[in-house]
Design a protein around this ligand. Structure first.
Ligand code: MN
Length: 247
């Protein structure tokens, strides 16, 4: 199995090294990741300037690794173009959760989405960061269990995985969309000018069965996603209205 590993934190993140190490147990791994951090870039693609890649200056235990002057989606497009017959794209492990509404701006998930757009399976993996960096050695057995579960099938699919700090088990979940946690916080720069931070406001516990709920309860959350955003109910209602008028 040919596994392309990428992320949005950049090639120097410890999260991508941790993921590549576990991925190597499942097949041939190649790392293609942004040369600088690209978090919260969503599904941005670079079309106004050319892309290029260079061999990574850091070692990944003998794995081939390249850094790209582009976004996570660019890395997947370029990486799978140069490495034919890629079977699956793994993105992460992101330093920070990608739960609920953050899926909209996640670069980690966008890389997995880009894979699926190209007809390749995509899995995004994330974990929260507290005051210290995540203990990736502790997460490794759960990363391996999750990959074993998700790589069993060769069907085209998109998964968003979030690991809690202390995982106890793995559970299938839905995306939590009830509450939005993004907020703008004003501040002042050293010259006395106003500036603003876009940040995440902690939320109350989420509804049971959702990704956020799972991580709050020490469960690894796996959410199967689809690319078709069509609101089927609204579409049906609008079509029914139009049809009534036509009669
Ligand atoms: Mn990130």
């Amino acid at each position: 199995m040919r596994i392309l590993v990428t992320n949005d934190d950049g090639i120097y993140s410890p999260g991508i090294a941790a993921l590549a190490k576990v991925a190597a147990k499942f097949g041939e791994v190649r790392i293609v990741a942004p040369d600088v951090e690209q978090s919260s870039m969503g599904h941005a693609v670079t079309h106004s300037r050319p892309l290029s890649y260079k061999k990574s200056p850091i070692e990944f235990e003998g794995l081939e690794a390249y850094r790209v002057n582009g976004t996570p989606a660019d890395c997947v497009a370029l990486g799978t173009h140069l490495w034919s017959k890629t079977d699956v794209v793994l993105s992460g492990i992101n330093m920070g959760p990608n739960l609920g509404n953050s899926m909209w701006h996640s670069g980690t998930l966008a890389a997995a989405k880009q894979a699926v757009l190209l007809g390749i399976r995509g899995i995004a993996l994330s974990t929260p960061v507290g005051k210290t960096e995540p203990d990736f050695d502790k997460l490794a057995p759960f990363v391996e269990k999750t990959l074993a579960l998700l790589l069993k099938s060769t069907d085209l699919a998109l998964y968003n995985v979030n690991f809690p700090e202390h995982p106890e088990n793995i559970i299938w979940t839905r995306q939590s969309v009830r509450l939005y946690d993004g907020t703008v916080i004003p501040g002042t720069d050293p010259h006395g000018r106003k500036h603003y931070w876009f940040t995440v406001k902690p939320l109350e516990p989420a509804e049971e069965g959702t990704d956020r709920w799972a991580v709050e309860n020490n469960l690894v959350s796996i959410t199967p996603l689809r690319l078709d955003l069509t609101d089927e109910l609204a579409l049906q209602q609008q079509q029914n209205k139009t049809n009534e008028k036509d009669v």
